[in-house]
Design a binder for this molecule. Sequence first.
Ligand SMILES: [Zn+2]
Length: 285
Amino acid sequence: MNSTSISPLRWHLKKLARRLMILSSPFLRGLGHDRQSQIRVLTYHRFGYQPRDPFCVTPKDFEAQMAWLARHKRAVSLEQIERFLRGEIDLPSGSVLVTIDDGYQSVYDFALPILKKYKIPAVVFVTVSAIDHHEDAEPHLTWNQVRELASHVTVASHGWTHRSLGKISVEEMQVEVMRSRKMLEQKLGTPVTAFAYPFGTLADFSATTATVLQNSQYQYAFTSQHGAITERESPLNRFYLPRIKVEGGEGMWMFRLLVGGGLDHWRLIDQTLWKFQQSPDRPAV
Ligand SMILES: [Zn+2]
């Protein structure tokens, strides 16, 4: 067990909260008003067998989830979402984009073979300066692995050093977003259009970060705010796209409900408890 595991109490409380939210979602949804096309972006981080680590999903669970998405023809690519947001195509309501943050080795070891097996398009958001570095408990991807990933999935930026863009100067932000994009484009030879904010809570992005990203030739940015993409987003909203976190230790019933919108209202917690989410013992993800 390493420092990424959380205490049994915190683990069980969080699981209870997510289950309560998902089970009450039909009632909460009754309060909503839109019946527009709803597209959801799922966030994963690491894969393996770490006990009580909400950021780590077992390969067995991930395979069952990807098999379900494939069977129900739900998975779409970043390119399809981009075309949807530009108003060029429609996507069926319930479409899902799989994203994986940080760029740890387990993406290559466990997730890539499963994504290939089920032909699931995905986006891997990598912390670019960490590539080829192995000081963390779990090693990061190497450039060779990133190149191989890029031939099957989309590789995009999660910043240069995984710092919160909400806590640094505009000059530092520019380094984070420009340096990471240019290095990826130089190494992979393809344009990088998307960014995922490190941490992604309300403290980690703002109108300023959106402007810096827009001026740095990004087209889209993903937060960690829960919810669905429900309509053609305005040009600025494309820098605040919502995602839904998939956690380790949850069954397929949770996954099916989560994909159907069962955790969309977790956004209420994102908006009220974001300071708590910034607690110093939070793993650097
Ligand atoms: Zn991260």
